[in-house]
Design a protein around this ligand. Structure first.
Ligand SMILES: C[S@@+](CC[C@H](N)C(=O)[O-])C[C@H]1O[C@@H](n2cnc3c(N)ncnc32)[C@H](O)[C@@H]1O
Length: 223
């Protein structure tokens, strides 16, 4: 079934994931590797972490994590992406699942790539989720924005905005599979006084290769 009015005319793959009842579409240039996020999806599936909550996903790709949050009982989700095919892709998949009224997907402009540029100043969320780009390098093509976060600008702006955009008692759940990315994230949280912890993972960061799968899940709170 192809939902109408999607505005996308390229080819697409069908990709399956145990968390969702139907295969998703993956449009051209849009990221797909669910090995990044098994612990985040398991946490949403098996606990009440997003149940009845308002969720923000930064960098949604096919919509995978935002759709899993809704499937796990989130009240609503806003999802963003800088890749216009990803925005169309996530909307398409939301329609496939009948979740289009609970998931709003917003386009981030290349000229204003900060984590909250498309979030209104009065909006707040209980849970902010992201499987962001992990590697500190400058992306050259739109598909490379899935992998590279130049100077970790997305990470830094995401952390800077937490006091404004997280509801009291809220949390950010972030997946990273890169030693440099995780060490930088921990250092940036320490600078801001944010508690950070690895959830449900006993691997020793110093014994892992620079990039590894499955990704590690980190929880950032404000106190
Ligand atoms: C590793 S992919 C993850 C996609 C999806 N969440 C998943 O787990 O399959 C990272 C996503 O972040 C998007 N992205 C990169 N920079 C961004 C930015 N500044 N704002 C919003 N999305 C961004 C990329 O286009 C890509 O879709």
């Amino acid at each position: 079934m192809v939902p109408a009015k999607v505005g996308y005319h390229g080819a697409f793959n069908q990709v399956s994931i145990e968390d969702l009842p139907v295969p998703l579409a993956q449009f051209e240039t849009v990221f797909w590797d669910p090995r990044d996020t098994p612990s985040l999806r398991k946490l949403m599936r098996e606990t009440e972490v997003v149940k009845g909550k308002r969720v923000l996903e930064i960098g949604t790709g096919t919509g995978l994590l935002a759709l899993c949050s809704i499937r796990a009982g989130a009240m609503s989700a806003v999802a963003t992406d800088i890749n216009s095919n990803a925005v169309l892709n996530a909307r398409f998949n939301a329609t496939l699942l009948g979740f289009e009224k609970r998931l709003e997907v917003r386009q981030v402009e290349l000229a204003r790539p900060g984590a909250y540029e498309v979030i209104r100043s009065e909006e707040q969320f209980d849970v902010i989720i992201s499987n962001p780009p992990w590697v500190n390098r400058v992306p050259q093509r739109i598909d490379e924005f899935a992998l590279y976060d130049a100077s970790f600008n997305l990470m830094r702006t995401l952390l800077d905005g937490l006091p404004k955009y997280l509801r009291p008692g809220g949390k950010a759940l972030l997946a990273y599979g890169c030693v440099d990315g995780i060490k930088t994230l921990k250092a940036e949280c320490a600078k801001r006084g944010y508690p950070i912890r690895v959830i449900d993972d006993t691997r020793d960061l110093d014994k892992l290769p620079e990039e590894f799968l499955p990704g590690m899940l980190l929880e950032v709170t404000l106190r």
